[in-house]
Design a protein around this ligand. Structure first.
Ligand SMILES: C[S@@+](CC[C@H](N)C(=O)[O-])C[C@H]1O[C@@H](n2cnc3c(N)ncnc32)[C@H](O)[C@@H]1O
Length: 286
């Protein structure tokens, strides 16, 4: 939770991208049942090994941003729903019922924000993401949920003290450690006093891996290191949060789950999710 210590909060300034975007307006039919407009950003994507990735030297994100990845994120979201049995742990439910403003950083296809938005029609939800490719069409999300393209490491494009709740989920392969410090500092800036931040990060420790699994994970760790990603960011998170010196009531919740057929339905989906995530990273020559 953010507390008021009457301190002026400094923010970091946006960097100017060295990779300017070219935009054209493209009109196309979505499955023939509705027409809508979208901006196609010509040089924002690159294709590697048949998968679509962000094409920006300043972005360290390792996973693809295509339909296959959106399907994997659906599985990943379903696993978390099954494990946690709730949309959030922060004591913000009452506020969400009466009317709150919520930010989801790196919202992807918006599975979480759409569900929570539907459940809390009196509140306003904004999902931000660097890739628009996975945003749902305008008519396929609740009207109290909106999506905005932005690079969170360039500053969160909202005034100070805008949000009651900031949610960041599964962004472990998105930010370098330095960028995590920047982003959390800016999260605190846009957070209202008495607001809440919830961060979900994964621990890459997988017990009882076989020989092949170990090899794949080692390659994954090497790629992360090369890209400047600290895959053990969960361990540094308390330090990052402490560095802002404006958050209190830090609570840490951890959940273990099976990966593999031995773990029943959840284990099977978890194995598919892990395999698909690693395929998107390890098979690609960055
Ligand atoms: C693994 S997905 C997580 C999606 C969702 N939060 C979830 O929990 O399922 C990470 C998301 O972060 C986005 N992302 C990566 N780097 C980003 C950045 N610098 N700024 C904003 N979004 C970013 C990616 O496009 C992707 O949609």
């Amino acid at each position: 939770m953010k507390f008021d210590q009457n301190k002026k909060i400094s923010t970091f300034t946006s960097k100017t991208s060295t990779n300017p975007m070219k935009q054209i307006l493209l009109k196309y039919a979505d499955n023939g049942d509705n027409n809508f407009e979208t901006f196609l950003q010509l040089n924002t994507h690159k294709i590697l090994n048949g998968r679509k990735y962000i094409n920006d030297d300043e972005v360290n994100y390792l996973l693809p941003i295509d339909k296959i990845e959106a399907d994997r994120e659906a599985i990943s979201y379903a696993i978390r729903r099954c494990l946690f049995q709730k949309y959030f742990f922060a004591p913000i439910g009452e506020k969400l019922n009466t009317g709150a403003t919520v930010l989801d950083i790196g919202c992807g296809p918006g599975f979480w924000i759409k569900d929570v938005g539907l459940d809390h029609p009196s509140s306003t939800f904004i999902g931000i993401d660097i890739a628009t490719t996975q945003f749902p069409p305008h008519d396929r999300h609740p009207s109290n949920v909106g999506f905005l393209r932005c690079n969170a490491t360039h500053g969160i494009p909202f005034p100070s003290e805008t949000f009651d709740f900031v949610h960041i989920s599964m962004m472990c392969t998105a930010f370098t450690e330095y960028q995590w410090y920047q982003v959390i500092k800016d999260v605190v800036r846009v957070l209202k006093y008495s607001g809440w931040v919830e961060i979900i990060v994964s621990d890459p420790l997988i017990k009882n891996l076989g020989k092949a699994g170990k090899l794949v994970m080692e390659t994954f760790f090497e790629i992360c290191e090369k890209q400047g990603i600290n895959i053990n960011i969960h361990a540094t998170m308390p330090e990052i949060i402490g560095s802002v010196n404006e958050l209190e009531d830090l609570e840490h919740i951890s959940a273990e789950y099976p990966i593999g057929d031995w773990g029943g339905c959840l284990g099977k989906y978890a194995a598919t999710n892990l395999r698909k995530a690693l395929e998107g990273i390890v098979l690609t020559d960055f």
